[in-house]
Design a protein around this ligand. Structure first.
Ligand SMILES: C[S@@+](CC[C@H](N)C(=O)[O-])C[C@H]1O[C@@H](n2cnc3c(N)ncnc32)[C@H](O)[C@@H]1O
Length: 226
């Protein structure tokens, strides 16, 4: 997804977040990923959060880690991350504006752990910044074939991929559904009355047994650099 969309959502929602109300039925891969990540972090010295967004997740994870650098190619996200950091008084996190589309401003082998929570999967092509024996750990919704190819092409080993597709997200009404889908990368603002016809179509597409809902698909992936 283009940087313009992320800059726009940062300005509109104060970051990559939404205030939509919903419930999740079934095993949420996001929850599993967060728990596993929190459990893994203490073992590493130097951690990178690839595509950290507005940084609140990085700040949340910092209490499990010695140090984390979060980078993102949306300047608007990084501005918010910096301001959240100042308010939090956390001192083991740094935020950097950078893109995976160019060489990253980190040295060879600088990190022993890189995590990627729905950030750019192209981080896998920057394996030079991971030390030998280092770990990459991600969660994504799409591009599974690309992630597999990138891990193989960059010589990663111990590749593990786990898919989750049993969770269902339920919405109490159309307003909350519209808010939720408006925050999905690339989507327009479906809460805008001028898009009411398009919203109506989305609602029709997302009825499961008469309930407004979306099936959550995620995969969690992990690998090591030899
Ligand atoms: C779906 S958001 C996830 C944000 C955060 N990881 C989270 O879990 O809340 C994806 C983030 O990756 C960033 N991003 C996308 N492509 C990028 C790239 N090529 N280089 C750096 N950041 C990128 C976006 O700006 C956005 O903040």
């Amino acid at each position: 997804m283009g940087v313009e969309w992320y800059d726009m959502i940062a300005r509109r929602n104060g970051g990559y977040r939404s205030n939509a109300v919903f419930t999740i039925d079934g095993v949420s891969a996001e929850q599993i990923y967060e728990e596993r990540l929190a459990g893994m972090l203490p073992a590493f010295d130097s951690v990178l959060d690839a595509g950290c967004g507005h940084g609140d997740f990085t700040i949340k994870m910092s209490r499990h880690a010695k140090s984390i650098i979060g980078f993102d190619n949306s300047i608007e996200m990084i501005k918010i991350a910096e301001s959240i950091k100042q308010d939090s008084k956390v001192n083991n996190v740094d935020f950097i504006y950078a893109t995976t589309k160019a060489d990253l401003p980190f040295s060879n082998g600088q990190f022993d752990f890189i995590y990627d929570r729905r950030g750019p999967t192209s981080i896998i092509n920057h394996s030079r910044i991971l030390c030998s024996g280092g770990t990459v750990f991600g969660i994504h919704t799409g591009a599974l074939t690309t992630v597999k190819e990138r891990l193989h092409n960059n010589g990663f080993i111990n590749i593990q991929i786990e898919e989750f597709n049993s969770a269902v997200i339920y919405f109490p009404n159309e307003t909350e559904f519209a808010k939720f889908i408006s925050g999905m990368p690339g989507n327009p603002d479906y809460t805008d009355p001028s898009l009411s016809k398009e919203l109506e179509m989305k609602i029709e597409e997302n009825m499961i047994n008469g309930k407004l809902s979306i099936k959550e698909y995620r995969y969690i992936w992990k690998a090591n650099k030899p």
